[in-house]
Design a protein around this ligand. Sequence first.
Ligand code: GLN
Length: 254
Amino acid sequence: MTSTPTGQGQGRRAEVVLVYQSLLGIYGDRGNATVLAKRLAWRGFDAVLSLVEPGDPLPDTGDVYLLGGGEDAAQISAVNALRADGGLHRAVDRGAAVLAVCAGYQIVGRSFTVADGPSATAEGDTEIVGLGLLDVTTTRGPVRAVGEILSRWTGRDGDEQWLTGFENHGGYTVLGPGASPLATVEVGVGNCGDGTEGAVAGTVVGTYPHGPVLARNPALADHVLELALGEPMSALDRPEVTELRRQRLAAVRR
Ligand code: GLN
């Protein structure tokens, strides 16, 4: 049965690509894909969710590409497969959006280090070349950043919003001049304990929080969709989403 398309999307196709769930899928980050597909469908888009695993080519038709968190070894496999594929660079070149979380964030940067390994430096770390889609560099931090994270983000309408999530990373990330911080840390470590969280350049967004971050922060989900589709997202009134967010904010401030 086909239904008449209604709402903003008018049945237009919008494709969300979930990249390497088997390698970059810890802490339920695949939920970011569910959130985006759902918010598109609620607005009347024909939301297509594509799951891509290493060895499969990344589709050249995606509007937004999602990378999640992963352990160091999985992260290295993922960056090698993505470099060999080349599809993420093509996607960014044609204006698609990328949301990269934690290990994914480190992967889209210039380089990251993992502890030990065959080509370890004098300090005992191995430097891995990233995809260079974000001007950020990650090295091992003094302590693992674990716990709830709360940050302030200036949303798409210019309003300041709270971003909530859960961080767990040994890598600390420093931004270069080509990237801007996504948010300012209130609780937690964020990029490297310098008060900044995440990075943005054009349509590429990197961030540390899991949660999934887009389930906890629907305004950020809509911002990613706006980057992907190049048009403002219509308002959605979903009381259950608002209630989840209220609970999360209350919990981190407790
Ligand atoms: N392996 C990376 C680190 O520890 C990323 C971890 C993660 O994705 N949660 O820094």
